[in-house]
Design a protein around this ligand. Structure first.
Ligand code: DC
Length: 230
């Protein structure tokens, strides 16, 4: 059951790694009765399968063949979203450090982006989605009624990630800061649909903001856009 009658909008939430996009997007979707779609999870799923098949980012033809053959499905779960590849639940495996370290390289492949972009567009075709990623407002859903670019300082993002990691003793805050800055750079500098802030996006810097404040700010923006769309 959707709120606000039959009118639904699409909401794109983009931004760098660790800005809190997935938590925020999931909660916003919950409050609006919308579907949450974590596009980073899709890139992670392809990365996992590429790793398992021994395919690296410098083998574009093999990677293209692999991504075209995969069936990636997202299902709402208690802790966000469950991710299935060819029917196998890979939800926890795609969060490993190995996958995290490689995903930006795999995500730079043109066919990977094409195939996943098409899947993302098809999931948003009926509206009522909150989609988080890097290129959603700028490339995948340029017509999304609400685009948010969610960011925070590298230090704050590293601190949030550090708290999340169960075995955080194994990695220092400084290491995390370096990794996050590296990933930002790769995502921003890739040739195809890099991480950029769409010209019509609302920029939200969440440094020093509580997660609930961010969620409420986006819900409020959504209600305004919904009223406009009616
Ligand atoms: O949001 P995340 O950390 O799970 O994303 C994993 C990687 O996937 C990230 O380093 C960049 C890539 N990505 C992308 O290129 N485009 C998207 N729409 C989402 C993620």
């Amino acid at each position: 059951m959707h709120q606000d009658g039959d009118t639904r909008i699409n909401i794109a939430i983009d931004g760098p790694a660790g800005a809190g996009k997935s938590t925020v997007a999931r909660k916003v979707a919950e409050q609006l009765g919308y579907v949450y779609i974590d596009t980073g999870a899709m890139y992670r799923a392809v990365t996992l399968r590429a790793r398992n098949a021994g395919i690296t980012a410098d083998q574009p033809a093999k990677l293209a063949e692999l991504v075209r053959s995969l069936k990636i499905e997202l299902e709402p779960g208690d802790q966000g979203q469950s991710v299935f590849v060819d029917g196998v639940d890979v939800t926890s495996q795609i969060r490993s450090r190995e996958v995290t370290m490689q995903v930006s390289h795999i995500a730079a492949n043109e066919t990977v982006r094409d195939v996943l972009g098409q899947l993302q567009r098809s999931l948003a075709a009926r509206k009522g989605v909150v989609m988080d990623g890097r290129d959603i407002g700028s490339h995948v859903l340029p017509d999304a009624e609400l685009k948010v670019f969610l960011t925070a300082s590298v230090k704050e993002r590293a601190m949030r990630r550090h708290k999340e990691i169960a075995d955080s003793q194994k990695i220092t805050l400084e290491q995390l800061e370096t990794e996050i800055a590296q990933r930002d750079k790769l995502d921003e500098q890739r040739e195809i649909s890099p991480l950029i802030c769409a010209s019509d996006a609302v920029v939200l810097d969440s440094t020093g903001m509580a997660i609930d404040e961010v969620i409420q700010a986006i819900v409020k923006l959504s209600r305004t856009k919904l009223a406009e769309a009616k």
